[in-house]
Design a protein around this ligand. Structure first.
Ligand code: NDP
Length: 370
């Protein structure tokens, strides 16, 4: 329209003046300018409008009582990967990602062991990328917490505070939460020297050739201490009782490592430092003797709690509280689990993502056979 107006104006000008050449040159410059402006306007506004419109339409359908092919509960690497595979398989997919979406990585600073990022990536950015990838492929995302489920028959029913969702299959990926010590300044130094994952954070420069502490006496604590011994100058392993719960071979490995010193009957009183962690204050619960150690890192290895409360025992768990599964399949056909909620051994972002992929492929196979 703008181009047509401009064209008419300049054609009239061209024939009514005695300098047609200059007028024609001006005309073509102006025409190009208008077309470029038009193009930018289309890109910035109209395409955005179209995208918002399609998102709104999906949200409308999601409030409608439609039956989904797949409902994914949870939004760490497992949940988002399951979402990407599920939607790309042409399945109607919604991710109920929780109010605090993104899983444990969203509060992690740098992630150096996720393949594809040679210089590492910020945990928040990694999860935002996965989330955006789900959106780009057409997944519906709702930032609501699931409060309960009914898996006794199909369609499966999933409840949040405000909504009831129905689905032909369900993938559960709500992860596990690392237990933290309840010490006064624990939160202040979380991610500033305190971590609950040596494999994720142990190789960071702030921990290299420094004194480090691991708290716990199980297999995880042994593994973390051994892993950290590659980077730290000295590793103190604090065990609150007079014996370690870890398996025999793990205890043997720890005993053979010169860099690790085990302090039995030792508990943490508090931590201190300026901006970063600098000291840990401990006490011996037998002698009551208190001690301050100069350290740069404190790693909790006191267990994880799988996030299964909302399931209200609808699925079987092992004696350690983790959900039982066979290649992501649960005892209920059509219900799958992936990520840390069923993995007490590896607990890595990449293994969670891998199991998310497996769960979506299993869900697809299940739905095809229905
Ligand atoms: P565990 O529950 O086995 O051990 C937790 C440890 O933390 C215990 O020593 C416990 O002490 C201690 N602890 C708990 N709360 C506190 C606290 N508030 N203050 C101080 N210490 C505390 O957990 P893990 O994560 O080590 O292991 C979980 C499961 O995973 C186990 O079955 C383990 O075998 C398995 N695993 C296997 C691996 C492998 O095979 N490679 C590797 C890692 C884990 P206390 O003993 O006094 O209760």
């Amino acid at each position: 329209m703008y181009v047509s107006f401009a064209k008419c104006y300049f054609i009239i000008m061209a024939f009514s003046t005695w300098k047609p050449l200059i007028t024609y040159i001006t005309f073509y410059i102006t025409k190009s300018f208008i077309m470029i402006t038009h193009f930018i306007f289309y890109k910035l506004y109209f395409e955005n409008y179209k995208r918002n419109l399609s998102i709104n339409l999906k949200i409308y359908h999601c409030n409608d009582k439609m039956i989904y092919d797949v409902i994914i509960i949870g939004s760490g690497p497992a949940g988002y990967t399951a979402g990407i595979y599920s939607i790309r398989a042409g399945l109607k997919t919604i991710i109920l990602e929780g109010v605090n979406y993104g899983g444990q990585l969203i509060t992690t600073t740098d992630v150096y062991n996720f393949p594809g990022f040679p210089n590492g990536i910020n945990g928040f950015e990694l999860m935002e990328n996965m989330r955006q990838q789900c959106i780009n492929h057409g997944c519906i995302l709702k930032s609501d917490d699931v409060t309960s489920v009914n898996l006794s028959g199909t369609p499966f029913l999933i409840f949040t505070n405000d909504e009831r969702y129905e689905s032909r299959s369900v993938i559960i990926a709500t992860g596990a939460t690392a237990k933290k010590l309840n010490i006064p300044n624990g939160e202040k130094f979380w991610n500033s020297g305190i971590s609950a994952c040596a494999v994720c954070d142990g190789a960071l420069p702030i921990f290299r050739n420094k004194n480090l502490v691991v708290v716990g006496g199980g297999d995880t604590a042994c593994e973390e201490a051994l892993y950290l011994s590659k980077f730290g100058s000295k590793i103190y392993l604090l065990v609150r009782s007079d014996k370690m719960r870890a398996s025999f071979c793990m205890k043997e490995k720890v005993a053979q490592c010169d860099k690790i010193e085990i302090l039995y009957n030792t508990e943490v009183i508090d931590v201190s430092g300026n901006h970063m962690l600098e000291q840990i204050h401990i006490f011996n619960n037998i002698t009551k003797e208190e001690l301050t150690l100069n350290i740069s890192g404190l790693f909790y290895a006191i267990g994880h709690v799988p996030n299964i409360a909302f399931l209200n025992a609808a699925l079987k768990t092992g004696s350690n509280g983790y959900l039982l599964s066979d290649n992501t399949k649960t005892e209920i056909p059509g219900v799958f689990v992936c990520g840390d909620i069923q993995d007490y051994i590896y607990r890595q972002a990449i293994t969670a993502a891998g199991s998310g992929c497996m769960a979506a492929l299993e869900a697809e196979k299940y739905l095809i056979n229905q």
